[in-house]
Design a protein around this ligand. Structure first.
Ligand code: ADP
Ligand code: MG
Length: 251
């Protein structure tokens, strides 16, 4: 029930000249509303490929992506946040956030766009920097703006590809807390690729671990510790170790 996204036996290979790279092989997965699911696996196993197929930047060779209506979802509204914020350097924070909105006709008037952008600026606590250019912002701030820009299109699911990997430990924790807060405030569903077991255990309701290529789902681990999670708790530490071992072994 309440499924936002169903991946049904997705497979994808890349052919370059004579060589065939089998990336993912029959990956199936269900994500429900308001869940935070973290996707992990060895480097190069196909995690980004999964996100790219969901956001239709890439086609699967077989299998399908189903939305909440149970149909192959051309209409699934997803948005992506990358490790590199991807903001337009010549646009202000406000203009970067409204960029996606202006592309959509859902907001008819300029006032509506401005109101929506102001709400998003408040959500990610960036009101003060509305008129700043990206190069005046710290890495963490840029990533907050990237999150606001992605949320502007009111996605049913927010896809994040190693979104906080480039940030220092403290900033990363701040942004992780933002994810948890936004989930509670907006009921957003998150699908987050991370290579950091601690991050996955801190954030996820469920951790999905892929094998090496061709990647299949090796294990799904529900994480039931209460939020905010105490990373010093021995059972939390034990889970971080288990996840690390499972990802590293790769089979
Ligand atoms: P991950 O995100 O898990 O590190 P990717 O999904 O980026 O892995 O890539 C999975 C595999 O597919 C890698 O071996 C990569 O080299 C290959 N690959 C990804 N995209 C392409 C492409 N456009 N053309 C050829 N090979 C690709
Ligand atoms: Mg990747």
């Amino acid at each position: 029930m309440n499924e936002v996204l169903v991946l049904d036996s997705l497979s994808k290979q890349f052919i370059e000249g004579d060589s065939v790279c089998r990336a993912i092989d029959s990956v199936s997965l269900t994500i429900r509303k308001k869940e935070i699911v973290c996707l992990m696996g060895p480097s190069g196993c196909g995690k980004s490929t999964v996100l790219r197929i969901i956001s239709r930047l890439e086609n699967a060779d077989s299998g399908q992506v189903l939305g909440s209506d149970g149909l192959y979802s051309e209409r699934l509204r997803s948005a992506m946040v990358f490790q590199d914020h991807g903001l337009f350097p010549w646009l202000s924070v406000r203009e970067n956030i409204s960029y996606g909105l202006n592309m959509k006709v859902r907001f008819s008037s300029k006032e509506q766009v401005n109101k929506k952008v102001s709400e998003l600026l408040t959500l990610v606590r960036m009101e003060e920097f509305a008129n700043s250019l990206p190069h005046h912002l710290s890495g963490g701030m840029k990533q907050r703006v990237a999150v606001a820009r992605a949320l502007a299109v009111e996605p049913e699911i927010l896809l994040m590809d190693e979104p906080f990997s480039a940030l220092d430990t403290f900033t990363r924790r701040e942004l992780q807390d933002e994810v948890l807060r936004i989930r509670n405030q907006l009921n957003t569903t998150f699908f987050i690729v991370t290579h950091n077991p601690e991050e996955a255990v801190y954030l996820a309701d469920r951790i999905v671990i892929l094998t090496q290529r061709p990647a299949v789902v090796r294990k799904e681990i529900p994480v039931t510790f209460e939020f905010p999670r105490n990373m010093a708790d021995p059972s939390v530490i034990a889970l971080v170790q288990d996840v690390t071992r499972l990802v590293a072994s790769g089979q």
